[in-house]
Write a protein that binds this ligand. Structure first.
Ligand code: SF4
Length: 387
């Protein structure tokens, strides 16, 4: 794994403290979305189709640092939208680093070279550059030529300036295993510190639905990729060995949506980074009042094909603590890429999808226009007295 010892030690100590305190649910990484505005319009994006009044909203520095303090997770991933469009982003990053939290600043890198001098290298600060494959794959994914080359130039400059630099790679239907493996080799040669890889989530509002992978195809794709890299050992993944094992179909995990709680301009998003089914006014309300059992593969139609790291990495980390020898074996020997797969979760009992996006947008617009005090999303909050 491409995670430095300091990070492993501090995150490991945090997880151990939560376990010893007997906490059933605790966050691992805060997903902070200080804005939805972006300077790209990717085919697989489900985040940027809001009216301008919402795209113009920003979380302030105080909002962001307040969310970091409220949540307490040792890792903060700043996503969006494009975070580098936020004028106060250097102050937000600095405030999080000052709290000794590991901050991953996700960016499409179009503004990265221009803004690099506004940031300082730190063991707590990681650039996480969006690259969905080689030049052909990535430029197709972001629907614009030349973006790959600009991202690679920015990565090289950041590495030369002493920054930690990761890439985050989302794979869609049509990805070719040999091409992805070749891309990972290229990334390694660039000197990138770590790779985060995940199948895309089929956002209901993404413009091109045919690109998303179903679970069976995801597992086979990851087997075919990892088989070309010694079970994944050839590449420096910034993910747990058991999460990669899950992607390759060797684990039957249920998601841990509270592992990556999400704060956006709407509030604390229920239930996870990928689904906006309702919003809580505080982190505590999110954790205590969400009906978590209503979500996840097998429980809810919108979750049927999800295998995304924001839902399952926390599950894999917990399993690593529960079964350290199994995790160590996968890390040492590589991910198994042949043989039977673990049983799939049955879908026959899942509840049908609810479509609530338009209602939340309307509530937010009313709030912005000052017509009405916003109500937190009422969808599937826990009933009083239930556990
Ligand atoms: S399976 Fe879990 S992480 Fe994925 S969309 Fe559903 S609740 Fe979110």
């Amino acid at each position: 794994m491409a995670i430095p010892f300091l990070q492993k030690a501090l995150v490991g100590a945090y997880v151990l403290r939560q376990q010893l305190a007997g906490k059933q649910r605790y966050p691992l990484a805060l997903m902070l979305e200080p804005l939805f505005r972006c300077n790209l319009a990717c085919a697989g994006c489900g985040k940027i189709d809001y009216p301008d009044e919402i795209l113009n909203q920003r979380l302030s520095v105080a909002d962001c640092l307040g969310a970091v303090d409220e949540c307490g997770a040792p890792v903060v991933s700043i996503a969006g939208g494009e975070p580098l469009l936020h004028k106060d982003m250097p102050a937000i990053v600095e405030g999080i680093v000052a709290r000794r939290k590991f901050v991953y600043l996700c960016t499409n890198a179009l503004l990265m070279e221009k803004k690099l001098d506004q940031y300082r290298p730190s063991p707590f600060f990681i650039w996480s550059v969006h690259l969905d494959g080689d030049q052909a794959m990535h430029d197709r994914s972001v629907c614009q030529d030349g973006v790959y080359q600009r991202a690679v130039a920015a990565i090289r400059r950041a590495k030369a300036a002493g920054f930690r630099v990761n890439i985050n790679c989302t794979l869609f239907d049509g990805a070719v295993a040999a091409q992805v493996a070749g891309f990972f080799d290229t990334v390694r040669e660039m000197g990138v510190d770590g790779i985060t890889v995940s199948p895309g989530y089929a956002y209901e509002r993404a413009p091109e639905q045919q690109h998303f992978l179903a679970r069976g195809r995801t597992k086979q794709l990851f087997r075919d990729i990892l088989a070309r890299g010694d079970g994944g050992r050839r590449w420096a993944f910034s993910q747990s060995s058991l999460f990669l094992d899950f992607l390759a179909g060797n684990q039957s995990y249920r998601c841990t949506p509270w592992g990556n709680p999400t704060r956006t301009v709407f509030g604390w998003q229920r239930p996870c980074y990928l689904l906006g089914e309702g919003y809580a006014a505080s982190f505590r309300e999110l954790m205590e009042d969400t009906d978590w059992d209503a979500y996840g593969t097998g429980n809810y139609e919108k979750c049927a094909n999800c295998m995304v790291h924001s839902g399952y990495e926390a599950t894999a980390v917990r399993d690593t603590l529960a079964r350290p020898l199994v995790a160590a074996k996968v890390a040492l020997r590589g991910v198994r890429t042949s043989g039977p797969m673990a049983p799939e979760i049955p879908l026959h009992g899942q509840r049908p999808a609810q479509y609530v996006h338009a209602r939340h947008v309307a509530i937010k617009l009313e709030e912005i226009r000052g017509r009405k005090t916003p109500a937190p999303g009422p969808v599937l909050r826990r009933q009083a007295g239930s556990d």
